[in-house]
Design a binder for this molecule. Structure first.
Ligand code: NOJ
Length: 671
C-alpha cells in the first residue's frame, strides 16, 4: 500500500512537471503524444500516450559520462519545435517512395556542472524516437560510461528477443513476459502488448557508438551499451566506470525509437528507422544494383565441398564456370564463390588478392564479363578486422579491376580484432570498422553483403551500397547444426523481429532435403516454403542457396526463383502472426507484376489473399506454386502443385499451406 502511495505521489509530481505545453509533442495525426518532464531535482523523464492512454509511463532519460552524471540537476535553456512532411525515393527497397511525416521537439538543457545536453524527439504517426546531442561546448572530449534511457510499459507486454551475447545474433528468438526477463537482451525487441497492439524497439543511425542492449530492473526496461574491452575485460575509467564510448562534442547518439502500431501489418510497414538515418551520401548510385545470386557455398555447408584447396575444393575455375553458365541460362544475375583465396587451411591469415592455384581469376573475370553474370567476391576475415581494414584500398582495387563489384564480408570470431585490439563487434570500435568498410567500398563502387555484422540500423539509406547483412540464424544452420536444424517456427518469427532491422541474407531456396554427410540435420520446410521465403524475407541481394543440380531436380518450381525480383515498388503484409505465419504481397519495382509468398510454422493453415491490390478492370495471369494436399515438411516436402489461372482484383486466393509449408505466386498483367 505504502509502495503504491509513493508511486502515486511521484507520478503526480511528474505530471505536474510535464504540464508545460512546450515540453509536449504529438504525431501529425495527433494519435501519439510524448511529454518530456523535468522534476524538481532537475532529473529528466518522458512518457508516451496513445489516444490519451499511457503506453510508456514516465521513464528516465540521461547519460553518465566520466566524472559527470547527466541524470539530474538540469535546467531548461530553450525548447524548439519543428515539423517535417516530405517524401523520398529509395535507391532500392521494399518500396520506391517513403514518406517522412513527423513533429519534432528539441529540449536544450544546461546541467549544474555547466555541461550542455539536448534531448531531441520525433513523433511519427506510428512511433516515437529520441536521441541525445552534445552541442559544441567547453568540454570537447567525452567518455560515455552509461545510458539511462528507460522504457516503462504501462502494461506488461510479451517480448520477442535474443540474448545480448548471442554469437553473431544467430539465435532462435524467444517470447516471454517482459517482467520475467532476467538476462540482458539484444536490440531490437518486438513486443506484443496486452491490448493486442505491437511495438518494435531499436536504434537508428548507429555509426560511431556502441550498440544498445536492454535489461529489466524493477519492472522497467533499461539500456545497456556494449562496453569497450581491454584484455578481454571491460575497459574502466580511472573511477572504475565501464567505458562505452569515446566522443568529441559536438556529437549525437544514435536514435532510439519505438514503433507503436495497432496491427502487425502496420508494424512491418513502419519506415521510422530509415527516416531517422541521414539521406543518401552517394551522389551517383547508378552502379548499385539489387541482384539475385547463386553460389559455391551450400556444398561447403553440407560438406560435399571444401573452402580450402584439395580434392573436394569448391571454388575451382571449372566449377565456377559451370555455375556462371548455369546462372546465365537461368537469368540469375550473379554467382558467389567462397574459398577462392589463400588462407582457408588454418584461418590464420586470409589473403584477399591471391587466389588458390586452381582459380584463374583473369579467365573467370573475362567469362563473367562476356556472359553478363557478375561474380560476388568473398572476404572472410576470421575476425581480423584490423588487418582487413589496413588493406581495404588494395583489396577493393583488386576486386574492382577484376569486375567484382559485390563482396560478401565475414567476421567469424566471437570477439573481433579491431585497430583497438580485441573488441565486441558491436562495441564502438567494431561499429567504426564496419562503417569504414562501407565508405571505402563505395569509393570503388563495391556493394557489401556483411556477414557477422553489427545489427543493422538503417544505414543503407545513407550508404545504399550496404545491400544486405546476415545477423541471423540463417539457412546454413539447417546444414550442420547440432540441434538438427531450425524449427519450422523460426522463419515465421524473423519477418517481425530481425528483418525489421533491415534486409537479411538468410539464403532461401533449398530444393533438396536429404543431407548425406550430416543426415541428422534437415531444413524443416517443404519446397514451397522455400519459395515463399523469396517474398517474405526481404533482401536486395537475394541468394538462391542450393546447388544447380538440385535446382534441376525441380526445374518447374525453379522457374519462380528465376522470375522473382528482389527490388520492390510496394510491399504489403497480407496476413501474419509472430511465430505462426507470414504472407506478403510485393509489386516488382517499375512493373505491374505482383509476387505473393506465404510461409507457416509446423501447423498447416489456409492463407487468404484478397487480390485487391491489382488494378481494377485488368486481367492478370497467375502462376501458383503450392503444397500438394499430402505435403508435409517431414514426410513429403517435395509434394507440390503448379497451377496457371486468370485472376482479377475481385478474386481472393485461398491456399492451404502444409505443416512447415508455404506457397508462392507470380501475377502478371495480360496485355
Ligand atoms: C559464416 C557465414 O555465415 C557463411 O555464409 C560463410 O559461408 C562462412 N561463415 C564462411 O565464411
Amino acid at each position: 500500500m505504502m509502495k503504491r502511495f509513493v508511486f502515486l505521489s511521484l507520478f503526480c509530481s511528474v505530471l505536474w512537471a510535464c504540464s508545460r505545453e512546450d515540453l509536449s509533442v504529438c504525431s501529425p495525426d495527433g494519435s501519439l503524444c510524448v511529454n518530456v518532464c523535468l522534476q524538481e531535482d532537475g532529473s529528466l523523464s518522458y512518457y508516451v500516450k496513445r489516444a490519451g492512454v499511457f503506453v510508456i509511463m514516465p521513464s528516465a532519460l540521461g547519460i553518465e559520462a566520466d566524472g559527470i552524471s547527466l541524470s539530474d540537476n538540469f535546467s531548461i535553456l530553450q525548447t524548439e519545435k519543428s515539423s517535417v512532411s516530405t517524401q523520398w525515393e529509395t535507391v532500392w527497397g521494399e518500396e520506391r517512395l517513403i514518406s517522412d511525416e513527423h513533429n519534432a521537439l528539441c529540449v536544450h538543457l544546461r546541467h549544474a556542472s555547466g555541461a550542455l545536453l539536448d534531448v531531441c524527439l520525433r513523433v511519427y504517426n506510428d512511433g516515437v524516437a529520441l536521441r541525445y546531442s552534445f552541442p559544441k561546448q567547453q568540454q570537447e572530449q567525452w567518455v560515455i560510461t552509461d545510458e539511462l534511457t528507460e522504457y516503462h510499459f504501462a502494461s506488461e507486454p510479451q517480448v520477442w528477443s535474443i540474448p545480448w551475447r548471442t554469437e553473431y545474433y544467430e539465435g532462435l528468438w524467444q517470447k516471454r513476459p517482459l517482467l520475467s526477463v532476467a538476462d540482458t537482451l539484444c536490440s531490437p525487441l518486438t513486443f506484443e502488448l496486452e491490448d493486442g497492439s505491437y511495438a518494435f524497439l531499436h536504434e537508428a543511425a548507429l555509426t560511431d557508438y556502441p550498440a544498445q542492449n536492454f535489461f529489466v530492473e524493477d519492472g522497467v526496461l533499461r539500456t545497456y551499451l556494449t562496453p569497450w574491452l581491454s584484455e578481454m575485460k571491460e575497459r574502466r575509467t580511472s573511477a572504475g566506470e565501464s567505458v562505452k564510448a569515446y566522443k568529441e562534442a559536438p556529437f549525437s547518439t544514435p536514435w532510439r525509437f519505438i514503433v507503436l502500431t495497432p496491427t502487425l501489418s502496420e508494424l512491418v510497414a513502419s519506415r521510422i528507422m530509415l527516416n531517422l538515418n541521414e539521406p543518401c551520401a552517394i551522389e551517383d548510385t547508378e552502379w548499385i544494383r539489387p541482384q539475385k545470386f547463386l553460389g559455391i557455398w551450400w556444398g561447403m555447408h553440407i560438406k560435399t565441398m571444401t573452402w580450402e584447396a584439395g580434392p573436394k575444393h569448391g571454388a575451382t575455375t571449372e566449377n565456377m564456370e559451370r555455375y556462371l553458365r548455369f546462372a546465365k541460362e537461368h537469368g540469375i544475375d550473379a554467382v558467389l564463390a567462397e574459398g577462392w583465396n589463400l588462407g582457408w587451411e588454418d584461418w590464420k591469415h586470409f589473403d584477399f588478392t591471391t587466389p588458390y592455384p586452381d582459380w584463374d581469376m583473369d579467365y573467370l573475370s573475362h567469362l563473367s564479363d562476356s556472359l553478363g553474370v557478375a561474380i560476388v567476391g568473398h572476404n572472410e576475415t576470421g575476425g581480423n578486422a584490423a588487418s582487413y581494414e589496413q588493406d581495404l584500398d588494395s583489396i577493393y582495387r583488386y576486386h574492382a579491376a577484376h569486375g567484382i563489384h559485390t563482396i560478401k564480408t565475414g567476421y567469424v570470431a566471437p570477439i573481433i580484432r579491431t585497430t583497438d585490439g580485441l573488441q565486441w563487434n558491436k562495441g564502438q570500435s567494431g561499429v567504426r570498422h564496419y562503417r569504414k568498410v562501407i565508405e571505402t567500398a563505395a569509393k570503388y563502387h563495391i556493394m557489401i553483403d556483411n556477414h557477422e555484422p553489427v545489427m543493422p540500423t538503417g544505414l543503407q539509406r545513407t550508404y545504399p551500397n550496404l545491400l544486405t547483412q546476415e545477423g541471423v540464424r540463417g539457412q546454413e544452420w539447417n546444414a550442420w547444426s547440432n540441434d538438427g536444424g531450425s524449427p519450422c517456427e523460426h522463419v515465421t518469427v524473423l519477418p517481425y523481429t530481425r528483418i525489421l532491422a533491415g534486409p537479411v541474407d538468410y539464403t532461401p531456396g533449398v530444393f533438396h532435403f536429404e543431407n548425406p554427410i550430416i543426415p541428422t540435420t534437415r531444413v524443416h520446410a517443404t519446397l514451397m516454403n522455400q519459395l515463399g521465403l523469396f517474398v517474405c524475407f526481404y533482401s536486395p541481394l537475394q541468394m538462391a542457396c542450393d546447388l544447380p543440380e538440385h535446382y534441376m531436380e525441380h526445374p518447374d518450381a525453379f522457374r519462380f526463383v528465376e522470375h522473382v525480383p528482389c527490388d520492390w515498388e510496394r510491399s504489403v503484409l497480407v496476413d501474419g502472426a509472430i511465430g505462426d505465419l507470414c504472407v506478403y504481397a510485393r509489386q516488382g519495382r517499375g512493373t505491374e507484376d505482383w509476387y505473393v509468398g506465404g510461409i507457416t510454422d509446423e501447423e498447416e493453415r489456409e492463407a487468404i489473399v484478397p487480390l485487391s491490390m491489382l488494378v481494377p478492370g485488368k486481367s492478370y495471369h497467375m502462376t501458383l506454386y503450392r503444397d500438394a494436399e499430402d505435403a508435409d515438411w517431414s514426410t513429403r516436402p517435395y509434394a507440390y502443385v503448379i497451377e496457371e489461372m486468370e485472376v482479377s482484383c475481385a478474386d481472393t486466393l485461398r491456399v492451404r499451406m502444409a505443416s512447415g509449408g508455404g506457397f508462392a505466386a507470380e501475377i502478371h498483367p495480360i496485355e
